[in-house]
Design a protein around this ligand. Structure first.
Ligand SMILES: Nc1nc2c(ncn2[C@@H]2O[C@H](COP(=O)(O)OP(=O)(O)OP(=O)(O)O)[C@@H](O)[C@H]2O)c(=O)[nH]1
Ligand SMILES: [Zn+2]
Length: 309
């Protein structure tokens, strides 16, 4: 291949300056980023050159196409770190065990919405007795009431997984969630060739042990794409203005037009339809608390936001 020839490819895995790309012919190969200023993440559409004698024996990523979406997080130092590009769906997985932190789930769904990406919830390990717990079920139902697709399944039980295949058709979806909820088990079920490592839960704590170390994209025979990602202990979206935070709560956003003030943040304002729904118990108090928490987190990141502008 001549050096001047560029071919399109998709980034399926990223390790800093080195990436794995899939060519349009479907083969996967290692490539390096060309030039210091170029960065890319899993899901990026890129142009590659080589490998050829003059470019060395590894292909080079020479450009990144404009992204349809960029899913990102705020890292521990308050900086925005991109996680995946060109997603259409973020699927949060929870399970009765390890014990779910639904505030993380909410922030993931908010981060997706703020990036213009749809959200869905999977409740894995549904065969465990903990899934029958009324409190657990009530909290899961909150997501259905908010308007999210919610799938209850067992990644280990093939027939229960069929609705996920249907959900993923025509989607580029990323699986996110705490360590040990079964992201890799589900990925292996949906894309057997992915061969993602899975591990048993540590006996004493029931917490996962962060088996998955990289974010990787797989094409599904049934249609669509799935990105498996490492388990997290926390997640916060990149900083946004106060008024934007409610975009992450569809049930609050739906009520907002009925508030007396069109810049209502639903905290203490008179004539607030969100506070009224809360008083009438038609809005989940936990989800509302979660909204207030993210508002506070975003205010803590405000200096960072001002700096970026
Ligand atoms: N009982 C039960 N266990 C499951 C199910 N799905 C996965 N597991 C188990 O849960 C444990 C964790 O699964 P993983 O797939 O490694 O979890 P993960 O979310 O990928 O974890 P990280 O890679 O650390 O983020 C493994 O022991 C799986 O066998 C399920 O449907 N039911
Ligand atoms: Zn309001």
């Amino acid at each position: 291949m001549s050096d001047a020839v560029e071919t399109p490819a998709r980034v399926t895995e990223s390790f800093g300056r080195r990436v794995i790309v899939e060519t349009s012919a479907g083969s996967r190969t290692s490539a390096e980023l060309f030039g210091k200023r170029l960065t890319c993440v899993c899901g990026d559409e890129v142009m590659i050159r080589g490998p050829s004698q003059s470019s060395g024996d590894v292909a080079k990523v020479v450009s990144v196409a404009p992204r349809r979406s960029l899913f990102a997080r705020t890292d521990s130092r308050g900086r925005t770190e991109p996680l995946a590009a060109n997603l259409s769906l973020v699927i949060v997985i929870i399970a009765p065990n390890p014990e779910p932190d639904l505030y993380i789930a909410d922030r993931y769904l908010a981060g997706a919405a703020l990036a213009g990406i749809s959200g869905a919830l999977i409740v894995n390990k549904s065969e465990l007795p903990g899934a029958e717990d009324p409190d657990f079920q009530a909290r899961v139902n909150d997501y259905e009431r908010a308007g999210y697709p919610v799938l209850r399944l067992s990644a280990k039980n093939e027939p229960t997984v069929a609705p996920v295949r249907e959900l993923l058709i025509n989607q580029s979806a990323m699986l996110v969630g705490q360590s040990g909820v079964g992201k890799s088990t589900l990925t292996n079920r949906l894309a057997p060739e992915s061969e993602r490592a899975t591990r048993t839960l540590s006996d004493s704590t029931g917490e996962g042990r962060h088996t998955t170390v990289s974010t990787a994209l797989f094409r599904l025979a049934s249609g669509g794409e799935l990105i498996d990602s490492p388990g997290v202990r926390d997640y916060a979206p990149p900083p946004v203005e106060d008024a934007m935070v409610q975009v992450g709560w569809p049930e609050i956003l739906k009520l907002a037009p009925e508030c007396r003030f069109n810049n209502c943040l639903h905290l203490r304002e008179p004539g607030c339809a969100v506070l009224a729904a809360l008083a009438e118990n038609t809005l989940s108090a936990r989800r509302y608390e979660s909204y207030k928490r993210l508002l506070n987190i975003m205010r803590g990141l405000a200096p960072e936001y001002e700096r970026r502008r």
